[in-house]
Ligand binder design. Structure first.
Ligand code: DX5
Ligand code: ZN
Length: 219
């Protein structure tokens, strides 16, 4: 199965959002990764529903929403109505994760769970067959442009083992500090989807950079 690239819109130029969305539409990227931050779960605020609604009007690929908010269960229906395909909540933000996952499923979205760098992958063992996508945070969530945490390789490998042991079909996504320098090692450790923000959007030719990453991931 081919490995996927998900440019993170957080690093786009919000004054030229339509241009950047079209760039992703016309590139070899697979998903739009969209970071929603509430200023409580993480020490930053990104953007909310009106912006997601505008993105969805132009985006021609899978909408992958990463919620960095407390009590994400409050907004599951809202995100479904905004055209979200994958809805990822943080493990650390969910008291009743199993229930939250069922609610996401019942709203006809794919289920995602994100893990902060300190959260052990083994904590997902009892719900792994209910998760379509695990997002391993390879930086502390809240900001783009941070440097990659090396322990991520080990976590990715451990999670892959859990997925295989449980005959699950869960995809592994890596989010934060992804570049052409770590992409191959992440894929070799078991990653299926690479999120890349700054590396793509701050490059001279974002479309070429996506292509380059896609080639490395599928080499
Ligand atoms: C961080 C976000 C990431 C971020 C990645 O909280 O979840 O998706 O946009 O950005 P880069 O690739 O610049 O680390
Ligand atoms: Zn993200």
């Amino acid at each position: 199965m081919s490995k996927l690239i998900a440019p993170s819109i957080l690093a786009a130029d919000f004054a030229n959002l339509q241009r950047d969305i079209e760039m992703v539409n016309n590139s070899e990227a697979d998903w739009f990764h969209i970071d929603i931050m509430d200023g409580v779960f993480v020490p930053n605020i990104s953007f909310g529903m009106p912006v997601l609604e505008a993105i969805n009007r132009h985006a021609g690929k899978v909408i992958d929403v990463h919620l960095m908010i407390t009590q994400p269960e409050r907004y599951i229906e809202t995100f479904a109505n905004l055209g979200t395909d994958n809805l990822t909540v943080h493990y650390e933000a969910c008291t009743h994760l199993h229930r939250t996952l069922q609610t996401i499923k019942n709203a006809n979205m794919r289920t995602g769970v994100a893990l902060n760098p300190h959260t052990n992958v083994s904590l997902l063992e009892d719900v792994i067959t209910d998760i379509d996508l695990v997002c391993i945070m390879s930086v502390n969530p809240g900001f783009g442009g941070q440097s990659f945490i090396e322990n991520t390789y080990k976590k990715t490998h451990q999670l892959k083992e859990i997925i295989l042991d449980n005959n699950a079909t869960t995809q592994i996504q890596i989010d934060g500090g992804v570049t052409d320098k770590n992409a191959k090692q992440l894929i070799d450790a078991g990653a299926d989807v690479l999120v890349a923000g700054s590396y793509v959007f701050k490059s001279a030719n974002p479309s070429e950079t996506i292509k380059h990453l896609k080639e490395i991931a599928n080499a």
